[in-house]
Design a protein around this ligand. Structure first.
Ligand code: SAM
Length: 226
């Protein structure tokens, strides 16, 4: 239209391989934090990205976690199951809680290829961490690379406190600073994590950062939740 200037605002889309996504964005678009349905759709898309159809165990996140033999492990935010497979193959009993059905589908396909005894030790529950109702308490609860994503990190840590045995441990890893696309909504510096632990009835056994920019923590229940 001559003489006028129309501003057309398009929702930013990020092309990934052969697909376009409307919720994952490199912009500071955090609308999913206010809208649970949008939040779930965002993580359905995460599981549809080609890179996330491969299962990749990340030693750089897990190497401070040294479970005792034959432990029971609960993972909150289990992605497509790399920790379930890794620790299940090592003889641990591992259950994951994961929101995204597309990520779980990748895990279930791989699970069918495992030996029967590994299959018997690993399982995934679909749903919100915040709504998870544990059947029992676990020796270890993993909260690895989750707190930078979620609506309220205290709710996630409170669930970990509810699910860990009184003498068990909660293992946490997260990037110290905020980076990446909009699935990351915050960084996890040690001072913030210390406050969230306190509010969630947990206390750190060790809490530290490493030069590559990661915060790690092993925590346990404060006496009240024991
Ligand atoms: C970066 S991945 C976690 C990686 C995995 N823990 C590991 O160590 O390999 C974060 C996962 O948390 C899941 N997630 C985020 N918020 C969630 C919630 N409120 N309830 C359940 N799952 C959630 C996401 O779908 C995603 O798979």
């Amino acid at each position: 239209m001559p003489g006028t200037c129309r501003l057309i605002v398009k929702e930013k889309r990020v092309a990934t391989d052969d697909q376009e996504f409307s919720y994952i964005s490199n912009d500071a678009d955090y609308r999913h934090l206010e809208d649970p349905e949008r939040y779930k759709l965002l993580y359905e898309e995460v599981g549809s990205v080609t890179a996330n159809r491969e299962i990749r165990w990340r030693s750089e996140w897990m190497y401070h976690f040294q479970p005792r033999a034959g432990a029971t492990i609960l993972e909150l935010g289990a992605h497509n199951g790399p920790n379930l497979l890794h620790y299940g193959r090592l003889g641990h009993e591992v259950i994951g809680v994961e929101l995204s059905t597309t990520l779980i589908a990748t895990f279930e396909t791989q699970k069918q290829l495992e030996t029967e005894d590994v299959q018997a030790r690993i399982s995934m529950r679909q749903g919100w961490i915040e709504a998870f109702l544990p059947d029992k308490r676990y020796d270890y609860v993993l909260v690895t690379e989750v707190l930078e994503h979620v609506i309220d990190p205290v709710n996630i840590l409170a669930k970990a406190a509810e699910c860990v045995k009184p003498d068990g441990e909660v293992y946490i890893s997260s990037p110290t600073q905020h980076w990446g696309n909009n699935t990351h909504v915050r960084g996890v510096p040690p001072k913030d994590l210390a406050q969230w632990l306190e509010q969630a009835n947990l206390e750190p056994i060790s809490l530290f950062t490493e030069p590559h920019g990661w915060t790690f923590c092993m925590a346990r229940c404060k006496s009240l939740c024991a």
